[in-house]
Ligand binder design. Structure first.
Ligand code: GLA
Length: 741
């Protein structure tokens, strides 16, 4: 039994013992330089320069973040800081890279600490630096106390993506409480016309694009949920009003790689300087650092694009594919999957799943995933979570016969799990009621009838690793859909001394990452999908351990057009799962054709989630044909450059997206019409990103192109003249492929 062997136990212990060492490594091969004369650092990568310098009092000031400068351009030294008035001291009106609460600071601190004597003044000054393999490490130290901070800078040469994080060391002889800590503060170039783009949402309504001016005062994006959340996603983009558009103008953007509570503060100070501070959410935060201990932040990634919001997203997508995802720089293509959830919900049985698998296989599905309902006493959402053993009433001989049949049919097998949760009605909770996050003697609020296990506790991590390891060792499982269906409440950890209980906010998420890393280490073939009742946990932190994500439980193919548009601002379509499900769809009771549903889903990673027992032979034929088409062009959709040609937002009657392969030998165009009216004719769609001289043949894979469309024309023709897809009716869709000839 592998899980009880001494080796495995030792692995668990060392894993959890070494948790603090779980840094987020970043491959940086940027040009990093330091000009000793003027004390200026700079990082260069893919058309981007980021520069900062040490000023006369030893503060680190931002100097440049934007398009690249020539190597020998004369960057100015950091200016001498000066007070603005008796109310606004220098540190509150200087564009600092990392500023502690102290010395009269009244703006957002990057770091705030409390000393045991009640003192909270911390004033950081330059103490040294190293040029490292990762980029630059700058050391800061308080003016008198032995509190040290290390700022880490890296830049990915291929995308110009900057990485910033910080670590604070307590080298005093007494404990230090960290009340607030950001990964970084980023200062935007001085301008007065910035607009902030961000993403908001809720269950079944994630990925709403928002825009607001960055005016004097602060704007806060955050999660207090103990998880990433969909209310705000930890991503932003800043453009200039009427200057930055979809394909033009400067855009500064970034994302925090953290799946616990987080916060981003956008401030425009009294002099009009805009800055962004992102890191742990200080709400209810406190982290006790004993003498000799340190605390590291997650990484705040940031980029710049001169090519509008589209250019910013393409950089982000490229960065995720080549640096962040498991398998980077060349993650595997996403297989076409079938998922049982909308077909059967909790009523899974061996016979029922085999029947679905046999039908799915005829369509060309490559991975069959059994969703919720297969374990413990899981007949509804009121019981079973925590008991990761097969329900023998539904699967009398375990999972083996089903998996064997799925494999015979030529598909891989995947399984749904929700390892961080427990239902009160479970053997696990009956045995370990103390394993959940709770405040002693207080009610334990439930969400979807479940509670959150305290992953900050070692025995809980051991249990999760042991259960999943057993499941994956005994069964031929290629994929886990890792769900997380509620946020925290009563965030207590009563077993720890009072002063240490709020470490929960850091330790939970670090341990989650460590568990995922350990499962992947022991089972390198197993792929993982991050799901949180939909898109509640999509961020660059969890994506390091997830091959794909579930963006929303909302499978309405029309709603999905807008949600995909929002999702794609920040994250690549090549991780975004999209299932074809029943019509009318359960969310809006909207009816759409099977072809429309397919085309909506084919803009991401294709899955089928309908009950195939209800399909007609015609529907099987359509699905089989479109799945074959998808496989032929999925590399372009999943890995290519995305151009959002016509936005579906703001009640737009139509929308269109284009994916262009890295080699520019193939492009795939999807177009959608909400509803025709008044005999309108559709405008021609001008493509982007093709090679002007290369000749491309067009082929409609659904719908048609206008009669006068040439079969072959130059990239210049398709980009400058365009192509017309005559859509008429309600919820119409067409797609065509352009192949270089
Ligand atoms: C969550 C997921 C769904 C499904 C259910 C199962 O809501 O987002 O896709 O897996 O849980 O309970």
């Amino acid at each position: 039994m592998p899980v009880t062997s001494l080796n495995r136990r030792a692995a668990c212990l060392s894993l959890l013992g070494g948790m603090a060492a779980l840094a987020v490594p970043f491959r940086s091969d940027a040009d990093a330089r330091f000009d000793e004369r003027i004390k200026v650092f700079r990082l260069d990568g893919d058309g981007v320069t980021y520069a900062f310098g040490i000023d006369s009092v030893g503060q680190i000031q931002a100097l440049h973040w934007g398009g690249s400068l020539a190597v020998d351009d004369p960057l100015p030294a950091a200016p001498n800081p000066s007070d603005f008035s008796g109310f606004d001291r220098a540190n509150s009106v200087t564009p600092l890279e990392y500023v502690a609460f102290g010395g009269g600071l009244v703006t957002e601190p990057s770091l705030k600490v409390a000393f045991p004597d009640g003192g909270r003044d911390l004033v950081l000054r330059y103490a040294g630096h190293e040029m490292t393999a990762e980029g630059i490490r700058v050391r800061l130290k308080d003016i008198s106390a032995e509190v040290h901070v290390e700022l880490t800078y890296g830049m990915d040469k291929a995308t110009g993506m900057l990485s910033r994080s910080a670590r604070v060391y307590n080298r005093t002889r007494r404990p230090l409480r960290i009340d607030q800590m950001a990964a970084a503060t980023l200062n935007l170039p001085f301008a007065d016309d910035y607009e902030l783009h961000y993403l908001t949402g809720r269950w079944a309504g994630e990925w709403t694009v928002q825009k607001r001016p960055l005016e004097a005062g602060s704007t806060v994006l955050e999660s207090r949920l103990g998880m990433t959340g969909s209310q705000n996603n930890p991503w932003f983009a800043v453009g200039r009003k009427d200057v930055s558009e979809e394909e033009n103008g400067p855009v500064w953007f970034g994302a925090l790689a953290w799946s616990g509570s987080w916060r981003m503060v956008f401030e425009k100070d009294i002099l009009g300087q805009s800055r962004i501070t992102a890191g742990y959410n200080p709400f209810d935060f406190a982290y006790l650092l004993k003498p000799g201990e340190s605390l590291e932040t997650p990484v705040f990634y940031a980029g710049y694009s001169p090519d509008g919001m589209g250019g910013a997203s393409r950089r982000m997508h490229r960065f995720q594919r080549t640096v962040i995802l498991p398998g980077a720089p060349a993650p595997k293509l996403r297989p076409v999957l079938y998922n049982s959830w909308e077909a059967t919900e909790f009523a899974v049985t061996e016979q029922g799943q085999v029947a679905l698998a046999e039908k799915a296989a005829t369509l060309g599905v490559e991975r069959f995933v059994m969703d919720d309902g297969w374990f413990g006493k899981r007949n509804n959402d009121r019981a079973g979570l925590g008991d990761w053993t097969v329900n023998r009433e539904k699967f009398p001989q375990g999972l083996t016969p089903l998996i064997r049949r799925v494999r015979e049919l030529g598909m891989e097998f995947g399984l749904w799990v929700e390892p961080e949760m427990v239902n009160p009605d479970s053997d696990l909770y009956r045995a370990h009621p103390d394993w959940v996050i709770n405040f002693k003697g207080r009610p334990r609020s439930e969400g979807r009838n479940q509670m959150v296990l305290n992953l900050a506790r070692k025995e809980v991590c051991d249990y999760i690793i042991k259960s999943l390891d057993l499941l994956l060792s005994e069964n031929d499982i290629a994929f886990l859909k890792w769900d997380h269906n509620r946020s925290w409440s009563e965030p207590g950890w009563p077993e720890r001394p009072v002063a240490e209980q709020q470490r929960l906010y850091v330790d939970y998420t670090r341990n989650l990452y460590a568990i995922l890393a350990e499962i992947r280490r022991r089972h390198p073939r197993v792929e993982i999908e991050s799901c949180a009742g939909g898109g509640g946990r999509v961020d660059l932190g969890i994506m390091r351990f997830s091959d794909q994500v579930w963006p929303t439980d909302n499978t309405d193919p029309f709603d999905r057009l807008k949600m995909r548009d929002g999702f794609s601002q920040a994250y690549m379509p090549g991780v975004m799962m999209a299932w074809v499900t029943a019509s009318p769809n359960w969310v809006n009771k909207r009816s759409t054709s099977l072809e429309y549903r397919f085309l909506s889903a084919m803009q991401g990673c294709l899955g089928i989630g309908d009950n195939l027992n209800h399909w007609t032979p015609d529907e099987f034929a359509t699905a089989k044909r479109l799945i074959a088409e998808y496989k032929a062009m999925r590399a372009t959709v999943q890995r290519g450059d995305l151009y959002r040609l016509i936005s579906p937002q703001d009640n737009s009657p139509r929308s269109a997206t284009l994916s262009v392969s890295g080699t520019r030998r193939q492009a795939v165009l999807f177009a959608f019409l909400h509803s025709s009216s008044k005999f309108e004719t559709a405008p021609r769609i001008q493509l982007r990103g093709l090679e002007p001289q290369t000749r491309y043949a067009v082929r409609a894979i659904a719908g048609t192109v206008a009669d006068d469309t040439p079969k072959v024309a130059s990239g210049a023709y398709w980009m400058n003249h365009g192509v017309k897809l005559p859509l008429r009716g309600d919820f119409q869709a067409a797609a065509c492929v352009f192949d270089a000839v």
